[in-house]
Design a binder for this molecule. Structure first.
Ligand SMILES: [Zn+2]
Length: 583
């Protein structure tokens, strides 16, 4: 919000013409020319992102100016030309009305608000003393969830509005274009296979995973937790929010604030976490560390938050809440090279398991001219970039270099991919960091009994789980490998006589840990097969009289027309092996 305050001998104004389709309605009195004498005129532009939470700050500012110039009459005057980033009119008027209401509570002032949404003729005479003209920018420190403000919102919800909102709950916005070749996006696949929803009432960029979609995520999480545990990682669970103090130490508050969700609770400002590192560093710092313990590798399947612009949100690829397979390797400088290689090997193994092939490496560097974005320590930047480059070259990794793409605290190795629409994005990152160990004063006692500074590798192994799922869905067009398939086997009864046997077979498969469902509908077998195919189920089993008699099952693998009759036990062994090998 921007304001320009003018201490005036008088102001005269009169609405002339509508400036909006539906401006606020005016009484006969309000339509007339109004003259106010000896007043403080506050020209106000409400900007994008401003909310009711800002009203108290606006009032504070107005009262501050009024007391300095001893003004008793205040004219709130909507004035769009102070900003090129205006808020929506319905939000602006709400904020102005609320400001008027709040100001009027103070009996020391008389308050007049000029009409909103009209072209007005006006004339004023500014007093011209040093404080007669002041401009101020009023910014939100956090999203205030004050009860008072919530009550205002509550009051304004009419029965009709409530019904509209309830109606929205049943509406799902999940359509998207296909590529020229007819490939479906993760949005369309997610909808057709019932994997996730995006609901208007929850908000975009906040997908809800259905039971089927949750199976995919859980399988990925299990894989990652098991694999990383094997490789010496220890898992933590840390909170999704913290006081701003923590982010001030990390530098997020100075370099990343715009992308964070802030909350004010009591007198304190909190923010939803944009990264896990500050939390895991606190665990590291909770006791003195010896060189013998290093490297310490803290991992977390970590929900994180980023205030992306609404227009950029998309399916499972661009989100406001996402889950990072995050970890921090805290090591001695002489361990860095080996640990970096270990991380790279893990990442390569994970990508191979997911069938991720068409990627390339990007060495993302800082830009010394961009002082806002990066921690100011040119020497540390140069040396960490040199160090990283040396490691990349030694590992004979082919990479492209990118200026001004580093994290605010250090250079990165990004694993880049293009989605089916040809849009480039980052799947996984590995970062070498000298800056945060310094800021958090991370230390260890070395062999020579001296206190030393460790280096941190920030890394992901499977990237942001949602984005990785999107990648896999689009690359396979929904034909997930068996280990990730929400339904691995579907059993179809050929006739109603075979229902019992179909159910029994399903039980045995489930006991063996194979995700199985049954289709016992009295429908033709062809139509049941077609349904199962549309759901991209890995295996279809048909049980008819013939199978019951021969104590076998007729199986068909997805994508194959061939039907094979084999013993159930043999099938179970085969599928279990396939799942175990994550095929
Ligand atoms: Zn980190």
């Amino acid at each position: 919000m921007k304001i320009l305050s003018l201490h005036c001998d008088y102001i005269k104004f009169k609405p002339v013409k509508k400036a909006l389709k539906e401006p606020e309605e005016l009484s006969e009195e309000q339509k007339k020319l109004k003259e106010v004498k000896e007043c403080l005129v506050i020209l106000t532009a409400v900007e994008k992102g401003d909310s009711l939470a800002l009203v108290s700050k606006l009032i504070e500012n107005i009262k501050d100016i009024a007391s300095q110039i001893k003004a008793k009459t205040i004219v709130l005057y909507p004035y769009a030309h102070l900003s090129s980033q205006l808020a929506l009119p319905e939000i602006a008027i709400k904020i102005l009305k609320q400001a008027e209401l709040e100001l009027k509570k103070d009996k020391n002032f008389s308050v007049i608000r000029a009409p909103f949404g009209y072209y007005k003729e006006f004339e004023l005479k500014c007093k011209g003393h040093p404080l007669a003209e002041l401009s101020r920018e009023i910014k939100e420190e956090g999203i205030k969830t004050l009860e008072r403000l919530e009550k205002i919102e509550e009051k304004e919800l009419t029965a009709n509005e409530r019904e509209n909102l309830l109606d929205k709950m049943t509406k799902i916005h999940m359509s998207s274009e296909r590529t020229k070749e007819g490939l479906k996006s993760n949005v369309e696949i997610g909808r057709d296979l019932d994997l996730y929803l995006v609901s208007e009432i929850v908000g975009s960029g906040l997908p809800l995973l259905t039971p089927k979609g949750s199976i995919i995520r859980r399988e990925i999480e299990r894989f990652i937790v098991d694999e990383e545990t094997k490789r010496g990682y220890q898992f933590t669970y840390t909170p999704i929010m913290a006081k701003s103090d923590l982010y001030k130490i990390s530098g997020h508050w100075q370099h990343y604030k715009e992308l964070m969700f802030k909350l004010e609770i009591g007198n304190e400002t909190f923010a939803l976490r944009p990264m896990t590192c500050p939390f895991q560093f606190i665990i590291y710092k909770s006791k003195p560390r010896s060189y013998k313990e290093l490297p310490i590798k803290y991992a977390e399947i970590s929900p994180q938050f980023r205030n992306e612009k609404t227009g950029e949100l998309m399916g499972l690829t661009r989100l406001r809440q996402f889950t990072l397979t995050d970890a921090h390797v805290i090591c001695k400088p002489e361990q860095l090279e080996k640990e970096f290689e270990n991380v790279l090997n893990l990442v390569k193994y994970v990508m191979k398991t997911f069938g991720i092939k068409d990627i390339w490496y990007r060495f993302s560097k800082y830009d010394k001219k961009n002082k806002e974005k990066y921690i100011n320590n040119p020497k540390a930047w140069e040396s960490s970039q040199d160090m990283m480059k040396k490691i990349l070259n030694k590992l004979k990794l082919k990479y492209v270099e990118a200026e001004n793409e580093a994290a605010f605290y250090g250079p990165k190795l990004d694993i880049q991919y293009k989605n089916i629409f040809g849009k480039e994005d980052t799947l996984i990152t590995i970062q070498v960091d000298f800056a945060l160990p310094e800021r958090f004063d991370l230390t260890y006692i070395d062999e020579d009994n001296r206190t030393k500074r460790p280096i941190v590798i920030h890394r992901s192994s499977a990237g942001c789980i949602e984005r990785t799922i999107a990648y896999i869905l689009e690359k396979t067009q929904g034909n997930l490998p068996c280990w990730l398939s929400p339904i691995q086997v579907r059993i179809l009864s050929f006739t109603s006589r075979n229902k019992k046997s179909a159910e029994k077979t399903a039980e045995k498969l489930k006991e063996a840990g194979i995700r199985t469902d049954v289709d016992l509908r009295d429908d033709t077998i062809n139509s049941k097969v077609r349904d199962a195919e549309l759901q991209h189920i890995s295996y279809i089993i048909v049980i008819g009289d013939k199978e019951e008699k021969s104590k076998t099952i007729a199986i068909r693998k997805r994508g194959s027309k061939k039907v094979k009759n084999i013993k159930l036990e043999k099938f179970i062994t085969q599928v279990k092996k396939e799942i175990e090998k994550r095929k």
